[in-house]
Design a protein around this ligand. Structure first.
Ligand code: HBI
Ligand code: FE
Length: 285
């Protein structure tokens, strides 16, 4: 186990040094294995924004990315930087970073035995999955607006609703393109199985994104999604956060009405109704 695995931070913002020189050769090999597999799968499954971001930051240069090398490029493109954290950080710390255009990325990398699934976000999930999207100016604005909204949601006690918005967009979002549906969510793009499942399997619902509907929808963290929400553009996502007056929305959400992950509502614009043939699907999950 390298010195990087699950260190603790003694800073108020939970950051640590990445210490890129401490990664072992085998840890670099794990990144290369995951990178090569995903980039092959995503060539015609990921949205342009993600593929362009991978190139712009040269994340395929070989080995685990050194934040000192990718940050100047990312800063130039959209004013974001990646900061290293041991793993999940408290919600408010997370929102504070996003609101200041800092993306907290786990510094540890999964082992070869965990190639297909790791419980906590490791550097591959965070830097391969999330960071390329931060090179897209509109999505970068959405992520900062999300962070600011998160700090407000904590005050209104509406964290669960906001976490659902993050889950169904930043983590598991799909976008409509002239070539068909494409992936932009990091939870999908960093997973070999879900990259195929999210676009090609008949069992999940694919429903048009609507802010309040998504914020009321529960989700499962240990299996593929039962529903994927589809946006038309990143601008639609950004506008939803900046054009919405959240105070009355938070009042309405206080009624506690939630939808189950597989629900299809009469008010939904259904792009593809799932076959609902649910079985535990995540391989080895
Ligand atoms: N911390 N490092 C890290 N990464 C996350 O994705 C993350 C987090 N803390 C909280 C959190 N996500 C979720 O609660 C968000 O959905 C709000
Ligand atoms: Fe994530």
């Amino acid at each position: 186990m390298s010195a990087n695995a699950h260190r603790i931070s003694d800073r108020a913002d939970f950051t640590i040094e990445q210490n890129w020189r401490d990664y072992s050769d085998d840890e670099h090999v794990v990144w290369d294995l995951l990178y090569r597999r995903q980039v092959g799968l995503l060539a015609d499954r990921a949205d342009r924004a993600m593929l362009d971001g991978l190139k712009a930051l040269d994340l395929g240069r070989g080995g685990i990315p050194d934040f000192d090398k990718i940050n100047p490029e990312l800063m130039k493109l959209t004013g974001w930087t990646v900061v290293a954290v041991p793993s999940l950080v408290p919600d408010e710390v997370f929102f504070e970073h996003l609101a200041n255009r800092r993306f907290p990325a786990g510094a540890f990398i999964r082992t070869r035995a965990q190639l297909d699934y790791v419980q906590e976000p490791d550097i591959f999930h965070d830097v391969f999955g999330h960071v390329p999207m931060l090179t897209n100016p509109v999505f970068a604005n959405y992520m900062q607006a999300y962070g600011e909204g998160g700090l407000r949601a904590v005050k209104f006690g509406r964290l669960k609703n906001l976490a659902a918005l993050y889950w169904y967009t930043v983590e598991f979002g799909l976008i409509e393109t002239p070539q068909g549906l494409r992936i932009y969510g990091a939870g999908i793009s960093s997973s070999a199985d879900e990259s195929k499942f999210a676009l090609e399997d008949a069992s999940p619902n694919r429903i048009r994104f609507e802010l309040e509907r998504v914020m009321r929808t529960d989700y499962r963290i240990d299996d593929f999604q039962e529903t994927y929400f589809v946006i038309r553009s990143y601008d639609e996502l950004f506008r939803a956060t900046v054009d919405t007056d959240f105070a009355p929305l938070y009042e309405r959400l206080a009624d506690g009405v939630r939808h189950s992950p597989g629900a299809v509502l009469p008010s939904d614009t259904v792009i593809q109704q799932g076959s609902q043939a649910w079985a535990r699907r995540k391989s080895g999950g």
